[in-house]
Design a protein around this ligand. Structure first.
Ligand code: FAE
Length: 548
């Protein structure tokens, strides 16, 4: 039952040799990177959607919104076809490490979506750049670059659930009207949030184990510092199987969260959508999924149907077929960015000209900003760290910031406390079609993150002053304190009750729906996927009752 003692891992405190050796192991991960060989290529699944076919319902994307829609439609007796541009990782071959997914410290060709160089959220460590060249591949994490921000998203059957931290947070009731002002909060808190939490398999860490395991020393240090500065500190629920994680600590099952797996997929322990909503959906026998299929167009066809154009790709991104299928109804569940980009392009290019002027607007990044603090030598955060955050600092009401106490699972003692803050940043950006470049641009500016930084500083300036500590300057470049160039939480672009009616029906086109994070106007006050799931549960119930 005991947690792994620090000494068992050979840690005897700080030593420069170990620090450098550890850094070397991160950098040296490049050696593990292999060429994409024939062993990684494989034939398409037999259930691929046929060219020229017709389906009653087509769902674009297999993340939270799409999975809820597919399950509930199937349970109502309706046949559903889902299309997903990423891979089906459940059938992907193992990599050179003998595993499906690599560690966060050893990115390789499986890690990034169609890049030739990795783009890790933490670009540097102790002054060393961490990114390295990889073969272009349909990897699991997309670092999608716009002019002012890099948006990280999951790619594959299961969407963001494949790569995220699993933090499953319901916003506080008093904040809900700022999250979704047109939605009845009583219904959400009585029915749809509980339904979402149950469907996702949300649970809480065992507080006794938390107190004794070496793997959450970083979180206990985070608590001590937060509380000494007078901040509210709280446990945060998660979809990771907490009993499995304790068994990992006991050495009775293969390690995943306790073996540096997270950003590029977990081989065990996490209740991803393929294990929850999608497993249930498939079990109905009414849901089929075409992976490695990207939707490129949707336009009205005869008889009230829609013609959907798809690009089937191989794992190197080459188009191997173009298909057109007809669908009675189409659900846009490609994520905030994917759905917004499609709708903005389809409106501008004349495929869906009747979409209203709200399409593309109201996009925000949930106020994400990252920072690290350098602790004193007598305040180590642990050379072993669970990749799954389990706690946060709540200064939302006083300072507009909620900070996850996040891990830095490098395998060495870093003496760093690391945080991802969600802030009340009021800025909203817009997607527009750039006809000359034939792409969709996003108007977000990096300078807008100054608002988020100011809110995050309400927590960390105070802690630094109380503890006599300073900010780390080596994690996001050289001499750069704030991770202000990225988000994990894209939201909005087809906002509920603006681009759609109050249940996600797109204006101008009966039978077209939005059912993902694009509906939420830029901020959820906490991590977003429980709210995306709960809103999808609410909307699909109404749509099934009235439209199908
Ligand atoms: P999403 O899950 O992104 O699914 C959209 C799917 O559509 C993806 O699988 C795409 O590949 C696919 N797609 C896109 N375009 C097309 C197309 N044209 N054709 C076919 N398929 C397409 O959307 N949230 C939390 O609440 N807690 C956390 O701890 C947390 N940690 C995160 C950590 C990381 C590193 C990242 C990247 C995100 C994290 N998030 C977290 C955010 C969360 O995963 C995200 O809000 C949801 O996944 C969004 O759900 P959607 O259904 O909107």
């Amino acid at each position: 039952m005991n947690s792994t003692p620090k000494q068992a891992n050979g840690s005897d405190g700080i030593s420069r040799r170990r620090l450098l050796a550890g850094t070397g192991s991160i950098l040296g991960a490049a050696v593990l990177s292999t060429q994409v060989t024939a062993a990684h290529a494989r034939p398409m699944a037999a259930a691929d959607i046929p060219d020229g076919g017709r389906v009653p319902v087509l769902v674009i994307g297999t993340g939270y919104g799409g999975s809820v829609a597919a399950l509930r439609l199937a349970q109502a007796g309706i046949d559903v076809h889902m299309v997903e541009m990423g891979q089906d990782w459940d059938t992907a071959p193992n990599g050179p490490d003998g595993k499906r997914h690599p560690k966060v410290t050893s990115p390789d060709y499986r890690s990034f979506w169609m890049r030739t160089k990795t783009k890790a959220p933490l670009s540097n460590f102790l002054g060393f750049p961490l990114d390295k060249e990889v073969p272009k591949f349909a990897g699991i994490l997309d670092a999608e670059e716009f002019a002012g921000i890099t948006v990280y998203q999951g790619r594959g059957v299961g969407g963001g659930s494949l790569v995220n931290g699993g933090m499953a947070v319901t916003p506080r009731r008093q904040h809900f009207s700022s999250v979704l002002p047109s939605v009845n909060a009583d219904e959400m808190y009585a029915t749809y949030y509980p339904r979402a939490n149950s469907g996702l398999g949300v649970g809480m860490i065992n507080p006794d184990w938390f107190e004794r395991t070496s793997y959450y020393q970083y979180s206990r240090v985070g608590r001590k510092h937060a509380q000494r500065s007078g901040f509210a500190w709280t446990f945060v629920p998660d979809v990771y199987d907490w009993a499995y994680m304790e068994a990992e600590d006991n050495g009775t099952v293969p390690k995943s969260a306790l073996a540096q797996e997270i950003l590029y997929g977990n081989n065990h322990g996490k209740r991803t959508l393929p294990k929850t909503y999608l497993a249930q959906a498939k079990a109905t026998g009414k849901v089929t999924i075409s992976a490695l299929h990207e939707v490129t167009s949707v336009t009205p066809a005869t008889g009230g149907d829609y013609a959907v154009t798809l690009r089937k790709i191989d794992t190197s991104g080459t188009t191997v077929a173009t298909k057109t299928v007809k669908a009675g109804k189409v659900f846009f569940a490609a994520g905030s960015v994917g759905t917004s980009k499609l709708l903005v392009k389809l409106k501008a290019t004349g495929a869906l000209p009747l979409l209203n002027a709200e399409v593309g607007k109201g996009w925000g990044e949930n106020g994400n900003v990252m920072v690290g603090r350098a602790n004193h030598l007598w305040d180590p955060t642990g050379d072993v760290q669970s990749t799954i955050p389990c706690s946060g600092i709540d200064n939302w009401d006083a300072g507009g910031a909620f900070a996850e106490v996040a891990p830095l699972p490098t395998g060495i003692e870093t003496f760093a406390s690391f945080y991802l803050s969600i802030t009340k940043n009021p800025r909203r950006a817009e997607f527009t079609y750039n006809a000359a470049a034939q792409r969709v641009d996003l108007s977000w500016q990096q300078a807008w993150k100054q608002d988020s930084i100011a809110m995050a500083k309400t927590i960390f300036d105070k802690i630094n002053s109380k503890e006599g500590t300073i900010y780390r300057t080596d994690l996001f470049g050289s001499n750069k304190i704030w991770g202000d160039h990225l988000t994990y939480h894209p939201l909005g672009g087809a906002v509920l009750n603006k681009a759609t009616d109050n249940y996600g029906r797109l204006h101008g086109y009966p039978g077209l729906y939005v059912i993902d994070g694009a509906l939420i106007p830029g901020n959820t006050a906490v991590n977003p996927f429980v709210t995306i799931t709960a809103l999808a549960e609410r909307n699909i119930e109404r749509i099934i009752a009235t439209d199908l």
